[in-house]
Structures are given as structure tokens and as C-alpha cells.
Design a protein. Structure first.
Length: 93
């Protein structure tokens, strides 16, 4: 039937989309491990903001200087932590 993809074509399209998504994830990952990258983490209704300070290839973690949260009323003391790269997202610059 014209205009309808076969099951094999749909599977191939899904595989292509998954491959593209993985490429984007890896590209973002490469940017998150750069020293100075601005990263964010959503947790328990708050967004935490920080900057990448170091990267450890052995542990798959980045050192992050967490500088604040989305709640400006919350008194937040900046801290330096180590966390998995994939737990954090790139923030809008």
C-alpha cells in the first residue's frame, strides 16, 4: 500500500532514530565532561546548577562545583561533589 511503511521499514526507521539519539547523548556527554561546562540536575522538585571542575574516566564521574538551586529563597551553600556524568544535563548558557 502506497504511503505506508512495511514492518521492516518501521524497524529500520526506529533503529535509525535510536542511533541518532545515542549520537546526541554522546555529544552532550562529551560537552558535560569539559571543564567549565554548566550542568544541571533536577532532584526532589529543585534544579541544582553547577560547573564541571574535573572528569575521571576510571569512575565515569565528573567533579561539579554546585553553585545554587532554582529556589532563590533557599539558602544554599556551594559545594564540590563527584557524581555520574549521566545524572547531570547541560544547562542553557
Amino acid at each position: 500500500m502506497a504511503g505506508h511503511a512495511s514492518a521492516a521499514e518501521r524497524i529500520a526507521q526506529d533503529r535509525d532514530r535510536a542511533g541518532e539519539a545515542e549520537k546526541r547523548r554522546l555529544a552532550h556527554r562529551d560537552r558535560k565532561i569539559l571543564v567549565g561546562a554548566r550542568v544541571c540536575l533536577e532532584k526532589q522538585g529543585l534544579t541544582y546548577f553547577g560547573f564541571t571542575e574535573q572528569c575521571s574516566a576510571q569512575t565515569d564521574k565528573i567533579q561539579i562545583r554546585v553553585t545554587g538551586t532554582s529556589n532563590r529563597m533557599l539558602a544554599y551553600t556551594p559545594e564540590i561533589i563527584w557524581d555520574r556524568v549521566d545524572n547531570w544535563a547541560l544547562c542553557d548558557q
